[in-house]
Design a protein around this ligand. Structure first.
Ligand code: B1M
Length: 214
């Protein structure tokens, strides 16, 4: 997408009128632009600008909340396009944003793409405690657990969750992690089974881990 096009998405994220985002999404879907391009370059690209402005104190939490609301609406409209090639049941996948962290847009995208790839996803939401992960793993016996974190403070919680899962279960699920501050290096350091840079790579990773067995 050109910078003018990304700017259109940016303006839709900043607009208090939800209809601006709805119209823009329908226009791009109607033009048959790839839903992955609309997502990665349009929506996520524009949200990146919001993040930079927030960091530079040019905008504040209310504007970021507005952008999050508009982004969620955009994703909702895009969802049927992203899920067009849905395949059926591959295994169970438990996901959540870790404790202390309420960022859930990226986690919701991963949930959507993993669902679309045919997994039965159990989404625990955001601000999920270690105990809650353990409880659901015991109940559901998933093949993979996905942890999301957007804060440099909360990403440290991932290490503790992975350690406790491995101490608690004799056949532990694979654990994959992701989120803006997370890197492959960090994933290696804390012993995660994988790192997904974005939602698409999270699906590729899940497929690889499932086919390699538990
Ligand atoms: Co906050 N926030 N925020 N925020 N926020 C960031 C993360 C920040 C980088 C902004 C900045 O300063 N530039 C900064 C963190 C700094 C740091 O830790 N180093 C920050 C801060 C500081 C805060 C607060 C502390 C602000 C305050 O209160 N003073 C506060 C914390 C609240 C808390 O959680 N306890 C806060 C609050 C909020 C809002 C509530 C206003 C809102 C969240 C709304 C919501 O999620 N429902 C918000 C938002 C929207 C952002 C930014 C602007 C955008 C995040 C986002 O949704 N991106 C963000 C800046 C940024 O990231 N550039 C920022 C779009 C989304 C699609 O990307 O989540 O990265 P992302 O997900 C990607 C990949 O990371 C990956 O796939 C996704 C799709 O490609 N991925 C996975 C994610 N999870 C994965 C899991 C996987 C695999 C891949 O496997 C399991």
């Amino acid at each position: 997408m050109t910078s003018e096009e990304i700017d259109r998405f940016y303006r839709a994220l900043r607009n208090t009128n939800l209809a601006t985002m709805e119209t823009l999404m329908k226009k791009y879907i109607g033009k048959r632009v790839s839903p992955i391009i609309i997502l990665n370059e349009g929506l996520i690209g524009a949200m990146g600008i919001i993040g930079q402005e927030f960091k530079a104190s040019q905008i504040w939490v209310p504007e970021v909340l507005l952008a999050a609301r508009n982004m969620n609406r955009g994703i909702e409209i895009l969802k049927p396009e992203l899920l067009k090639n849905k395949v059926e049941s591959r295994g169970k996948f438990v996901i959540g944003t870790v404790k202390g962290d309420i960022h859930d847009i990226g986690k919701n995208l991963v949930t959507m793409m993993i669902t679309g790839a045919g997994y039965q996803v159990i989404d625990l939401g955001a601000d999920v405690s270690k105990e809650r992960f353990l409880e659901v793993i015991a109940q559901e016996n998933p093949g993979i657990v996905g942890l999301s974190a957007l804060l440099t403070t909360t990403m440290l919680e991932m290490k503790e969750i992975i350690k406790t899962i491995r101490q608690t279960f004799s056949q532990p699920p694979k654990v994959i992690i992701g989120g803006a501050p997370v890197t492959q290096k960090f994933a290696d350091e804390i012993g995660a089974d994988g790192y997904g840079e974005d939602a698409i790579r999270a699906v590729e990773l899940a497929n690889r881990l499932f086919s390699s067995g538990r």
